[in-house]
Ligand binder design. Structure first.
Ligand code: DQA
Length: 142
């Protein structure tokens, strides 16, 4: 089972950025824990602050990986192009947010990508990623 974790803009600063919202753990540190919890999964990780690079990555893995866990950061709320990229590929995508976007400013309540993802997980801190992996594993059993 090959799962790609995709992080969008500003998520390279996890552990440093707005810690009261996003916590104090870096993503590279969390990824080690995630790999330990799912030894049967082959994870790969890609982060970019650039919308086009995220689109290219979705195209690149979206016909071969078994699942994509995608935190699109603020592009969630702005990017029809990312939604089109997800719709164009075959691999199922789970939308993830560390914070509960529905508890935050109204501008964060709308997601362009939610309608083309198989589901969305928001508000469980870094655990949101683990829950998304569990969802993809469950889906692959069917
Ligand atoms: C986020 C929520 C977005 O609204 C925000 O722009 C982010 C992170 C989250 O993981 O909670 O960059 O996707």
């Amino acid at each position: 089972m090959k799962i790609v974790i995709l992080n969008g803009p500003n998520l390279n600063l996890l552990g440093v950025r707005e810690r009261s919202i996003y916590g104090d753990q870096s993503f590279s540190n969390y990824l080690i824990q995630l790999q330990d919890q799912f030894p049967q999964v082959e994870f790969s990780y890609f982060q970019s602050n650039i919308e086009g690079e995220l689109i290219n990555q979705i195209h690149e893995v979206g016909f071969s990986a078994d699942g994509i866990v995608f935190n699109a950061g603020a592009y969630t709320h702005t990017s029809l192009a990312l939604a089109d990229a997800i719709a164009a590929v075959k691999t199922p995508v789970v939308e993830v947010h560390i914070s509960n976007v529905f508890k935050r400013e109204a501008v964060r309540h709308h997601s362009f990508i939610a309608p083309v993802c198989c589901g969305s997980i928001s508000g469980f801190g870094m655990e949101s990623y683990r829950l998304a992996v569990l969802a993809l594993l469950k889906m692959s059993e069917k």
